[in-house]
Design a binder for this molecule. Structure first.
Ligand code: KG4
Ligand code: ZN
Length: 342
């Protein structure tokens, strides 16, 4: 089967994402987000998100099928995020996927959310070079991966030792009373600020590892803002946002380029919600151009959580001849990045 038609279900956090792909071609990408329900809590409330997934599942699947112009019977496989993510929300997606697979007699693929963030790039830029390096930056993860083959071989070279990059954006936005989720708001706010206004620390920059640390940076921002407030001076929000963002992006791009050089890989792929960040995209392009590395970043809508990424990885697994999952596959909230298919 060269161009499998696959439906993907994503429920690892607060987005009910349904995607339909044929091979590397995107046919439908429908997302129902419960983010508005969580905004007043300043973070995702798992039980609220699970309930929202349950309500959104069937209508979102129907919408995706209509957009793609296909029926459930046409599908070659169902793919679903089996982890990592919130245990309760994952379970809603996995249960739905099992029900569809069993009722339709279609193969089921439980897939890794992080590998799906890498695989989605194929919908926009065609087959991933083998190998490529992937910088995966989301609300829950910040990792540098060596990806010889996204369907079968994903290796972790480094990851965050504390906060994820997106988590740092969200926490700093909360500190500055900017709202939730913080990433897109900081991105916008930073455009009016000076990234060189304040020199915030770059954690683990030259420590010889490919790990990240953002909690020291977060504390440094908090201390800087508190000192201003104590002195009765206005806090230059845009400058703080821009300087904080610069510190995050500087470390991410420097380490990503260093990994490519060390492993002699000339393609860098960036995925996950933080890959939507305009400054990250800009600095990555500059540094990759300088180092002779080809950069691949999907459009922002495919960087944040969606079902197309799950369908894309599912299609890759089918095309690569990887066996389907068992119908009793578990949802695993801490699924390691190296397990592509459960
Ligand atoms: O991949 P994703 O949608 O969900 C997870 O798997 O975590 O990533 C969500 C994270 C949030 O922390 C959000 O603030 C961040 O991605 N994010 C951004 C931007 N858009 C989303 N961070 C920085 N700049 C953005 N433009
Ligand atoms: Zn994600």
């Amino acid at each position: 089967m060269s161009e499998p038609l696959v439906l993907g279900i994503e429920t690892s956090c607060d987005e009910t994402g349904i995607g339909i792909v044929r091979g590397h071609t995107l046919l439908a990408d429908t997302v129902a987000s419960s983010v508005d329900l969580h905004a007043r809590f300043g973070g995702v409330v798992p039980e609220v998100a699970s309930r929202a997934h349950l309500e959104a599942m069937t209508p979102t699947i129907e919408r995706a099928l209509k957009t793609a112009g296909v029926s459930l019977d046409d599908l070659d496989a169902i793919a679903v995020t089996a982890g990592p993510g919130l245990a309760g929300t994952l379970m809603v997606g996995v249960a739905a996927a099992k029900a569809y697979a069993l009722a339709l007699g279609k193969p089921l693929y439980g897939v890794n959310h992080l590998a799906a963030h890498v695989a989605v790039d194929q919908l926009e830029h065609g087959p991933l070079p083998k190998p490529c390096v992937s910088l995966l930056v989301s609300g829950g993860h910040s990792s540098l991966l060596l990806v010889p083959d996204v369907a079968t071989d994903v290796r972790s070279l480094g990851s965050t030792v504390d906060d994820a990059a997106g988590e740092a954006f969200d926490k700093v936005a909360r500190m500055l009373d900017l709202g939730f989720p913080g990433g897109p708001i900081i991105d916008r706010t930073a455009r009016a600020g000076d990234p060189a206004a304040i020199t915030f620390p770059r954690g683990k920059l030259d420590d010889g590892t490919y790990d990240f640390s953002f909690s020291g940076l977060k504390s440094a921002v908090a201390r800087w803002v508190e000192a201003k407030e104590r002195a009765g001076e206005p806090v230059p929000i845009a400058d703080v946002a821009a300087s904080f963002q610069e510190a995050v992006v500087d470390v991410l791009t420097r380490k990503a380029v260093a990994v490519c050089k060390a492993h002699d890989v000339d393609h860098l792929q960036i995925g996950g919600g933080v890959a939507a960040n305009s400054r990250l995209r800009e600095m990555a392009k500059q540094r990759c151009d300088k180092a002779g590395i080809r950069l691949r970043v999907p459009r922002p809508g495919l960087c944040t959580d969606n079902g197309a990424m799950v369908a894309a990885l599912g299609a890759e697994l089918v095309s690569s001849g990887v066996a389907d999952s068992r119908l009793d596959l578990p949802a695993d909230s801490s699924l390691p990045v190296t397990t592509v298919r459960v």
